[in-house]
Ligand binder design. Sequence first.
Ligand SMILES: NC(=O)c1ccc[n+]([C@@H]2O[C@H](COP(=O)([O-])OP(=O)(O)OC[C@H]3O[C@@H](n4cnc5c(N)ncnc54)[C@H](OP(=O)(O)O)[C@@H]3O)[C@@H](O)[C@H]2O)c1
Length: 236
Amino acid sequence: MIDNKKICLITGASSGIGYAIARALHNDNYRVIATARRLDKLTELGLDSNDLFAGDLNSPEFQDSIVDYTFDKYGKCDFLFNCAGTLEVGTIEDIDIDKLTSMIRLNVESTFRLTYKLLKLFKKQGFGHIVNISSVLGTKVRPTAGGYAATKFAMEALSEALRMELTGTNIKISCIEPGLVMTELHNEWKVHPKESMNIHEPLTVMDIVDTVRFIINQPDHVRIPKLMILPKDHNI
Ligand SMILES: NC(=O)c1ccc[n+]([C@@H]2O[C@H](COP(=O)([O-])OP(=O)(O)OC[C@H]3O[C@@H](n4cnc5c(N)ncnc54)[C@H](OP(=O)(O)O)[C@@H]3O)[C@@H](O)[C@H]2O)c1
């Protein structure tokens, strides 16, 4: 370990929620190890360039390289933020099955792999906190969004089982369940959900950062397994 900073590994750190968390925690004096595919965007975070990992999270070898680096260089990891995710929706006629299965691979398979990898190491070191960016759609479904909701239900199910497995330890696991947040996630949509859902003022990434700060600054005896955050116009 080269300093006393808390070490955070953040996926999906090149844009949106992950980027905002990475930036905020860096400013809060945490050491941030950031990963996503786009190196140019990660570079904008202003972190030590050795702490940036550009690559596809679906690769187990790539995941290993980030985790090995973290423990070899810093000797520990305090937080894993699972922010990487995609969103594929569509009607029975229109849904792109290849994109849907690719979403399932990232949101579920790759996220689960990294979660278990870190949890084994958290158990060895005796502490750690996993913060999952789930969704309000981890608790309810909507027509056309069944596949996406299923990935977030899966994240919620795993987190709840792990919380039980981790009872009495110093390892925490939390899911944040946001409603609509303004990020790149809906850039390709013909009609933005803020129009279709009539949400005049979506959440901002800073609303999610505030939620993260609340969750990670709780005393040791407190657990926050899940926390939903919605814009005021969210009505379903
Ligand atoms: N925005 C919302 O309304 C909302 C609401 C509820 C929950 N969420 C959840 O919040 C999380 C973050 O979403 P966001 O809104 O911040 O969207 P975003 O801006 O599109 O961010 C998604 C992140 O995932 C990364 N990513 C995508 N595919 C990847 C891959 N194969 N390997 C590695 N990284 C990959 C992207 O980076 P690269 O493209 O550089 O790889 C990007 O950094 C997602 O899990 C999403 O489901 C979002």
